[in-house]
Design a protein around this ligand. Structure first.
Ligand code: 5GP
Ligand code: MG
Ligand code: MG
Length: 208
């Protein structure tokens, strides 16, 4: 798939993206997850709340919640990312807290992707102090080979290998979240320059 990605200087730029998980595959999986979630919570008389971690989970959560029949609330949280490196005492700070209470409720945390698991494990610690009835995890994508902290993911969309992916909520430098598929950035090209295969990061830095 090739699409226009703005300009590099005065030249229009094109980004080539290879599809890793198609729109159809995602939509089928989302339906499947919705059915699993309904089945799991069918016998609970507690209130159900879906908690999305901003911003990556928004697209997934919007589609997923519409496949869940059981009435539920939507709430959102933004936590700070810790940057690179492998410091074991990474701390996650709440930048935007939930608007509602979760005490006594069934909490389902929705993530776009679980990589090391550090973010989510800290989020779970924070949520647990608020005495919900239950907490479960749902992620569209997981990279099991990258896991530093084991997490019990109750609802999983796709396991993928360790490649940097974008689309369906996942960004590169805040862009490409809108793509309806999950893709790998192959290369970017602009006319008049036939040196194909620039370093992807360099290109994307100027693609917007
Ligand atoms: P972790 O599980 O390492 O604490 O962090 C997960 C976060 O890292 C995700 O929410 C996402 O923001 C980012 N991330 C990890 N892998 C990828 C990837 O392949 N593509 C994108 N766009 N973000 C990723
Ligand atoms: Mg995320
Ligand atoms: Mg990101």
């Amino acid at each position: 798939i090739t699409f226009s990605a703005g300009k590099r200087g005065y030249l229009p730029m094109t980004v080539q993206m290879s599809v890793m998980i198609s729109t159809e595959e995602i939509q089928a999986k989302v339906k499947e997850l919705g059915a699993q979630i309904d089945a799991h919570y069918a016998n609970s008389d507690k209130e159900l709340v879906l908690i999305g971690l901003l911003r990556g989970s928004v697209i997934f959560m919007a589609d997923l919640c519409r496949t869940i029949s059981k009435p539920h609330e939507l709430d959102f949280m933004t936590v700070s990312s810790y940057g690179g490196g492998t410091v074991s005492s990474r701390d996650v700070k709440i930048l935007k807290d939930l608007d509602g209470e979760i005490r006594g409720k069934d909490v389902l945390v929705i993530e776009d992707i679980i990589d090391s698991g550090n973010t989510l494990s800290k989020v779970l610690e924070i949520l647990e102090t608020r005495s919900p009835n239950s907490i479960e995890l749902c992620t569209l994508v997981s990279k099991p080979s990258r896991r530093e902290i084991e997490l019990d993911v109750k609802f999983l969309g796709f396991n993928v290998e360790d490649r940097f992916i974008v689309g369906y909520g996942l960004d590169y430098d805040q862009k490409y979240r809108h793509l309806p598929f999950i893709g790998l950035i192959a290369r970017a090209i602009h006319p008049g320059d036939d040196k194909a295969g620039f370093i992807v990061t360099t290109l994307l830095g100027i693609a917007g």
